[in-house]
Unconditional design. Structure first.
Lengths: 383, 383, 383, 383
């Protein structure tokens, strides 16, 4: 065993982070050792850290947080080199890669029977980097807030395109989370039943996922993309990203109805958007989004990944009369990393300054501070 | 003008019915005079009668209620004979027919741009028999609680198959309302993303629409069909209809969680239904139905046609985590009468005793009494 | 090693079958030994036997044919008992089961990226019982024309419902092949874009798959189901099955146009079927089926599983002007066995005499004779 | 009646054009008089001119050709001003507009029952500017190769955005014809079953429709767009348009297999495109396109609008084994003009030089010459 030590930020209980050292891992035939470049701090990390429902049901202590990972392959086993590279490439030392946070068993009823986007949801034996893979088990390094990460068999590893900066590549998981925009094309888009090129999209929520959803809608041919959000710093970055036709600051229109009427006035014929994507992750964003959707439109709910409270809706006016198709999106399938990387490449070609989304960098020792702060767009841990 | 008089039950204000006589109508080139056989009393009629929200926004007094109509063509204009018969048949005196309640303008933005199921929703100039066509306008007879009904140009008229009893034919509108079951097949049914043959359906609500939804699911190849409802008389008829694998009486399982667990235990692998159709038309049926749906399933909301109150839902557990596709169904397109008639024919061939759904017959004078009662499955007005 | 011997019909080269004895297999932790009850003789078996293109590209000699298998678990390893039972049940000795013929690697690009129905197509490492699993490898018994069959890890095993006769259960693979009927519901069935309840289906081809497709269409709510086929014995059985509204004998209408006009006259409004399923497996059935499809309908091509020749079509009249959605179906995903078993159960409940499809039983020694004959509906090998 | 004369190019029989003068039309309440700006010369015009099958079945002589029209409203009746403006705007003198070539009856079975894209196909009473509206009927001016055009009730009129040059606006019908790209998103694009953002598209055919299809695919989020075509002048313009990642000149790769292998090598993993759009309108482009499609991909056939001959395909390898979803697209619904205009606006915003597609301008007297030539990208008639 190597005598090299690996530093990591370990959550030992809710709301508590300790810096610990772990032995440098021994490589197995079916595994890989990654030297971390960067790990995004996800809103989910903050929820897990705070122990919000349902985190207590699946988090296993002690835990190294971090599932939005990019790094360099420092060493890789022979079978892993062939099997982990899901794009068909043989992986090798020195490759710059990102990987899907979940490892699915592939054998339970749900993995076998449900399409991949649901398998990610329902696999009875799913393991998640930075989530339920405790560092109590060897080789310990199962989260991104660390100098190294160890990849287990079954991990979906994607090579990062050479010309993509680290600050863009680290957003792959964020863009994968917007797969609901593509899913919204399902209900036969020709006849205005689903979202398609030429349609109008409203994004509720100005965090990284909201911005990424807006970019995805734009890349997918949206005629107009409108952002409804708050926090001045975030809206300023949204403006610099340059894909939004309109950016509506909730603080400038604090009254719900006044704001709704204003946003509706920005949509063709004032009837509301063909697609609304809720990315704010607060309960009240759901009725807000429904109010901005045209009758017969598609509503994608992907913000409320952890329980942040209840809402009141009216089944008559919000569902029946609205003639809505509402898609609740749980997680994203591992295949969506492929779509995400391609949308990010297309964005770069169009000159969209994606790297601006990464506004704050922290080292491992600062992880706890970073989890307490809420004043940045996307923070990352850089070892 | 004929001196013959036509009797009708007229709603002169909310909660008030008067029996009035109208002149027998003069036939126009583009119209038809129907001798009423029977008119179903819809739950919507009761809501309109009571003036529930949003009835005051569109009901026009005085009004002859009744939109679930069947009758005999007593006279028909030349152009109407060609144009009203939507199945391509030329209509003639003596034909037994039913007709879609709405008349769409075909010229507004919504009629032109949205698929027919939404046109029915959004047409800016839509007229509805028994709803917003007041009897103050000549020739007055625009509702089914009467001896005759006058059909305006643009009405979608369907011939009733010869071997279909009146008590079955009068249910066409009810079966058309279950078009959501067919709509639920949309999201690519092969891979358990939508409802298809071999899947399990739960119907919440044991009124006529709930029973019809169960029959439609059965005819569509459902492996199991489960009914959750109450009111002993209704559940008894549901049993006689014979298409339900299980009928769950809410009164026998008054506790929500106990009931939910029991119903889930009736579904394959206890994970919930692939399809839930909410037909109860009470707000609390929505969370009930969501609790009975498997993750990744389809939920069709078609019960809350008028505003009966709010519900509380949790965007995390009810939408995101549920990975739900929720289809809010507003009204049904006029084309769904075609599907409805065919499903009713198939039901008859399979020996399903559809006519049992019509449990009470009232004459025109009894209309007000009928609207006050709530103790029957499907009541009809027979002139 | 046991001294018990296992008899099997072995294809040693194209058009040649030998009866050979193999040692009774030794059970491994991840495998299962099945005592064969019955094995269906598939049209594909005959094509493989005859060495038609592309059989030479993947058949590996010596080969025990037979992939439509049912049997009793005689012994099963511990991990296999947990993992092979795809419906979530733990398998055990004595269970009567059927299994999907293909074993997919789950790790290649195609298994990871394409939905399961395509994985079955494209897996780079797929193994198939009775197809490319040669009996030269131990434990040899990889085809159904034998007394025993050995199941390898990764096999999808389904328990057969207790009340389902062997002669029905042996048809699971045949019914799974009709998954295209369900797939045809995809293009939004509400507005007559795809196949749904109330629509009319025409099946071209009166072999077992054609009959099964007709049953599946009927179970799925088809309003009319029409069969076009030949061979008197097959049409007689089709009649006894009782799900077809019309059976058209090609020999009675030998002229293509005369026959087409007659079949069209059996469809609503004479415009052709909403769905045509080509199950004849001869090239000329494709233009025949296209001629019987209404404009805007769905055509499912699942008959031409091996190369039986070319056809001439006109891109203008057969594709563009026809406004067709044509679904080429390659194989069926392993999940379709679940749908198949449920449709067969529903058929039994409706009194459809499925077992009549099995018209001829042969013992292992008669395998070569059985492969030469073409005069039966469905033949089976019974050890 | 005005004494002003209106000049038009009249097709008096196949292959014969005469310049004639017509009286300036009298305006009716429900009509509009358009001063023509420009009319595109469609490939269909050439086919009609040459009398190719099935032109003789529906062309009515004498005929003013021209259905890709833009012009200025010179006068409009009161009811037309309200009803023709399908985007909800009231039309008025001076508006610059384009209009859909077909007028649908809205009353026949097909108009009522089939979704709008099929209604355009099947309406029993459809009238088409420049196609079956003969100039023998008053007010004569029903085609675009003229100084004025008269619009009948039921015409779908779209205002042209102010900042869109005439040379772009005249392409609306061309872009509307690429609606199949949007239609290809239908089969649930999440799991690589249909076309969606991040996927690769191959366009076969380098005429105006092929270029427009490529632009539509690019605007819709295609990762790679590859053009296969010939005629140097056209490929040069395709290059200038700037949306194609690769342009393959058939003349440089005259051998079918060599060319196919080269094009496949341009697609991710060399397996072929997720979407192929056939826009060449020659029979042999169909097998060419099928060879370039990955298994499980979507093929849109929209080129063979008139009968240009037969092809030979192999049902096994081209349909079943290919696991293809093939969408034959007949015409485009009138609503697709809305999508087309928006895609053109988005293209302009991205700096795509759409106007370069219009390479040749002819005056009315030159119409016959223009119809004989085949050496330009898009020719237009400018009165």
């Amino acid at each position: 065993m190597s005598i090299k030590k690996v530093k990591a930020a370990v959550m030992t209980e809710f709301k508590k982070i300790e810096i610990q050292n772990f032995p440098y891992p021994e490589l197995r035939e079916d595994g890989a050792i990654i030297k971390m470049i960067m790990c995004g701090i996800c809103g989910t990390d903050k929820h897990l850290f705070e122990g919000r429902h349902p985190a207590p049901l699946f988090v296993k202590f002690p835990l190294i947080l971090g599932h939005e990972n990019i790094g360099i392959i420092e060493d890789i086993g022979n079978s892993a080199a062939i099997k982990m590279g899901v794009q068909g490439d043989r992986l090798k030392r020195g490759d710059r890669v990102t990987w899907y946070a979940g490892i699915l068993c592939g054998e339970c009823y749900h993995c076998r029977f449900l399409p991949s986007n649901h398998a990610a949801t329902l696999c009875l034996n799913a393991k998640g980097y930075g989530q339920n893979l405790s560092c109590v088990e060897e080789p310990h390094l199962f989260g991104g807030y660390a100098e190294y990460c160890y990849l287990l068999p079954g991990t979906w590893v994607y090579k990062i395109p050479d010309d993509m900066p680290d600050e863009v590549a680290v957003l792959t998981d964020v863009f994968a989370a917007t797969i609901g925009v593509r899913k919204a094309m399902m209900p036969y888009p020709v006849l205005k039943e689903g979202f398609g090129p030429g349609d109008t999209a409203i994004i509720v929520g100005s965090g990284p996922i909201g911005i990424a959803a807006g970019i995805t809608a734009r890349i997918s041919g949206a005629y107009k993309v409108i952002l409804v959000g708050k926090i001045k710093e975030r809206l300023k970055i949204a403006e610099e990203i340059g894909v939004f036709d309109h950016i509506v600051d909730i603080d400038e229109y604090p009254d719900f109805w006044e704001r709704s009427l204003y946003v509706l006035s920005l949509t063709p014929r004032n009837v509301g958007a063909d697609l609304v994507v809720e990315c704010a992750g607060v309960p009240e964003a759901v009725p807000e989004g429904l109010a901005l959707l045209r009758r017969g439109g598609v509503f994608v709910e992907l913000g409320n990944f952890l329980d942040t409270g209840n809402i009141t809706i009216n089944p008559f006016s919000d569902l029946c009369f609205k003639d809505v198709i509402l898609i609740g999106q749980w997680s994203c399938p591992p295949q969506s990393f492929d779509v995400a990387l391609k949308i990010m490449e297309l964005s770069m070609k169009r000159g969209i300054p994606l790297a601006k989304l990464v506004t704050h960098k922290f080292n491992i020792e600062e992880a706890e501070i970073a989890l307490h702060r809420a004043d940045y767009m996307k923070g990352v841990i850089v070892p």
